[in-house]
Design a protein. Structure first.
Length: 127
């Protein structure tokens, strides 16, 4: 499999995971992945877009999908928010209501591929 096909497959898997995790959110917003793939959620025009700069950043967030992890990713520059920051803050507050059981988080990570479970921050491997 060529690197570009592998990267495309990874972003498509990530898009599926995002739809599963965030489909119940009441707001219209989007994610833009590291390869430009846009994942729109909710009805209507997106009030904001969360830009995820790398597959590693995505995997870190999926391992720990908490408001604190998203805040740290934003501060470190691993993600950006384009559009209405106040709408993004409302969604971040709603994230506190999403409690994914460990088994579901493991299934979502496995959907990304078995390597997602083995990756560690600072391991030095690219997506």
């Amino acid at each position: 499999m060529s690197p570009s096909l592998a990267a495309s497959d990874l972003s498509q898997r990530a898009a599926g995971v995002l739809r599963q995790v965030f489909s119940a959110m009441p707001a219209a917003f989007a994610f833009r992945l590291w390869d430009g793939t846009v994942v729109a959620l909710g009805a209507g025009a997106a009030a904001f877009t969360v830009v995820i700069h790398s597959a590693d950043a995505f995997l870190r967030l999926m391992r720990d999908p908490t408001p604190l992890a998203f805040g740290e990713a934003y501060i470190s520059g691993a993600i950006d928010i384009e559009g209405d920051l106040f709408a993004a803050m409302h969604v971040a507050n709603a994230l506190e209501e999403i409690h994914l059981p460990l088994a579901q988080r493991l299934r979502l990570l496995l959907a990304m591929g078995p390597a997602a479970l083995l990756r560690r921050e600072g391991a030095g491997r690219d997506a």
